[in-house]
Design a protein around this ligand. Structure first.
Ligand SMILES: [Zn+2]
Length: 367
């Protein structure tokens, strides 16, 4: 948004390049997976050829996963939603969309685009193998014993079907939620979709217990995903409906730009406040956070002026702005505090702790 060098959504990620203008990162744990695959091939086959074959196969498979995520990202882009990055994890890909579309019909298309890519890849492989006369006549299961392209075909079909399971965090869960949201409000749709997802997870877990332990693992994954999605949707709806008005802090200590850092030490020790707005003629010109204070003390000692170490360019928010927007600004600015104005004049400050406090109180009141 502001021309900063792009940062990955997850720490420990390395940039591999970009596709259609979207940075693609690979998480460090993915490299561990590659090393593990290489080692296990080396142990069982003792040949470099087998190791290369194994690693190339995993890379090809994850190439398909990246294309799946790119399907989501490019469809979202058509609806004006940007994707910050795509990150590859050992469990699959992750496209960090700025948000999901508010229109359920658009959300359905964005969610379906991923699995559609895998079906497309499978179709192309199927056509190619048929032209080569290398397509086994038996069931799809036989593909898994075949060569690399046959295995890729089968796994792409599996990826499409797996992602279409009607449960969060799978794409199918989003489709289900969006279909429900065509008839009810977003929060209720999410709650219902999460409940259906958890019922599904229970059933899957039971089948897994009887037949295949791997299903048990998926069931757990679905159960946790459903809970997380429902939880974050509750928070989102609270954030959407509340404004700053009730969370704003009006009693706080302040500093002046030419105060010495010793004054900040005194205020810190006397009270519970950690970050101090710096006021000049009634207007906020900066914030001295606790880190700023410690850095100043280390570099120049207690007599250094506050102005040399404070954060400047503190963002402002009007009291009637939705918390959703304010919270995002607080996360982006790294200054701990936002100046809150009423009709342009300073009315107080806000920090993340206070917003979270307000959310907890409102959640308790709603129950
Ligand atoms: Zn997907």
């Amino acid at each position: 948004m502001n021309g900063q060098p792009s940062r990955p959504s997850l720490k420990w990620s390395m940039r591999m390049g970009s596709l259609a203008g979207i940075p693609v990162y690979i998480h460090a744990t993915f490299l561990i997976l590659l090393i593990w695959i290489a080692l296990s091939y080396w142990r069982s086959e003792q040949s470099l050829g087998a190791v290369i074959h194994g690693v190339v196969f995993i890379l090809a498979l994850f190439g398909c996963v990246v294309l799946h995520e790119l399907g989501h990202a490019l469809t979202a882009r058509r609806f004006g939603i940007r994707t910050r990055d795509i990150t590859l994890l050992p469990i699959g890909g992750l496209a960090s969309l700025e948000k999901m579309p508010d229109d359920p019909k658009e959300e359905i298309l964005v969610a379906l685009a991923g699995p559609a890519v895998n079906i497309l890849i499978a179709a192309v492989l199927w056509l190619w193998l048929n032209l080569q006369g290398a397509m086994p006549a038996e069931a799809v299961g036989a593909l898994l014993q075949g060569d690399m392209l046959q295995q890729l075909l089968a796994l792409n079909l599996f990826l499409a079907l797996f992602n279409l399971l009607p449960a969060f965090p799978m794409d199918g869960g989003r489709v289900l939620r969006a279909v429900l949201a065509l008839r009810m409000d977003h929060l209720r749709a999410t709650r219902s979709a999460a409940a259906i997802g958890q019922a599904f997870a229970l059933w899957l877990g039971l089948v897994g217990l009887l037949y295949n332990p791997f299903l048990l693992f998926i069931a757990l994954f679905v159960w946790i995903g459903a809970m997380a999605e429902a939880g974050s949707e509750e928070v989102k709806s609270l954030l959407h409906d509340s404004t700053l008005e009730h969370a704003i802090i009006t009693h706080f200590d302040t500093l002046a730009p030419d105060d010495a850092l010793s004054r900040a030490i005194q205020l810190t020790l006397e009270g519970v406040q950690k970050d101090f707005p710096v006021l000049d003629q009634g207007d906020i010109v900066g914030v001295l956070t606790q880190e700023d204070l410690l850095r100043g003390l280390q570099e120049q000692g207690a007599l250094a002026p506050v102005a040399s170490y404070m954060h400047t360019g503190i963002p402002r928010a009007e009291v009637n702005e939705p918390l959703e927007k304010v919270m995002k600004e607080l996360q982006d600015c790294d200054c701990h505090i936002l100046a809150v104005t009423r009709e342009g004049r300073l009315a107080g400050i806000i920090n993340m702790e206070n917003i979270l406090e307000l959310l907890r109180i409102e959640a308790a009141l709603k129950k």
